[in-house]
Design a protein around this ligand. Structure first.
Ligand code: MN
Length: 255
């Protein structure tokens, strides 16, 4: 079976779609209001570049918060999951799974505060079948088109950020009543921009991580995935005690 997969990859019958945003000093990061501590973004610090510091080699130190760019949220990231897995304790087997792709990009273009509801997911299941056990729900909002511009990506005004997300009831339902492994989004975090004022605040974090499920954020290229049938490989670094990690996220798609 793996030989067949290799053959299909070689012939382009299985495409590898990169769901990862590039990492640089321009990669957008979430901005929390006072008095909360913010995360640094991503920076490179040069150690040597074929010079007197290292004549034949080029290398850097990387600086970044765990939750920068396309990244993985481990259960221990949230207080509701504090007894759960840290990033290094997530079993490798759980980092590969089927994807269900739910597209609300038209709705989010019309309303940046659009929230996914249980009925939207039930309607998707009516067309495509049940959400996959041990799989990712990938929520397409069109927000990846803004990822090169921090201001457009965070879309904040005096009332705070305005980016699409998931309603508190839908977040609870996904966490407790569906067999998904986790939730992947195109926005800076799994929760809506306005989720600071939801009940509970940040319900995707509270419910999903509290249920031992995972988050993937700042995904790219979800538009290139079918509603069902793709396989996602999410690869956070195994940071011991870590709450998350920048991740390379790939999808295998049969063509
Ligand atoms: Mn995060």
């Amino acid at each position: 079976m793996l030989a067949e997969l290799i053959q299909m990859l070689a012939e382009g019958r299985v495409e590898v779609v990169d769901l990862t945003q590039p990492l640089s000093e321009r990669t957008p990061v979430i901005r929390l209001p006072e008095p909360f501590v913010n995360t640094p973004g991503f920076t490179l610090e040069e150690l040597s570049r074929y010079d007197e510091r290292g004549p034949a080699w080029y290398w850097n130190t990387i600086h970044a918060g765990e939750h920068v760019g396309t990244h993985f949220d481990a259960p221990v990231h949230w207080v509701t999951g504090r007894e759960g897995e840290d990033t290094a304790r997530v079993p490798a087997r759980r980092l590969i799974g089927p994807a269900a792709v739910l597209d609300k990009s038209a709705e989010c273009a019309a309303d940046p505060d659009f929230l996914l509801e249980v009925d939207h997911v039930l309607a998707w299941e009516g067309s495509h079948g049940p959400l996959p056990a041990g799989g990712w729900l990938l929520y397409r909002t069109g927000w990846d088109a803004r990822a090169a511009d921090q201001a457009a990506y965070l879309n904040a005004d005096e009332s705070g950020p305005h980016t699409p997300g998931i309603s508190p009831e839908c977040a609870r339902w996904l966490a407790e009543e569906t067999p998904i492994l986790g939730l992947g989004v195109e926005t800076v975090g799994t929760d809506a921009g306005a989720a600071h004022s939801f009940d509970p605040p940040f319900p995707c974090h509270a419910h999903l991580l509290g249920a031992g499920k995972y988050g993937l954020t700042q995904l790219a290229n979800l538009a290139r995935l079918p509603p069902t049938g793709a396989v996602v490989v999410a690869a956070p670094l195994p940071i011991e005690g870590g709450s998350g990690s920048p991740a390379r996220v790939l999808a295998l798609v049969e063509r």
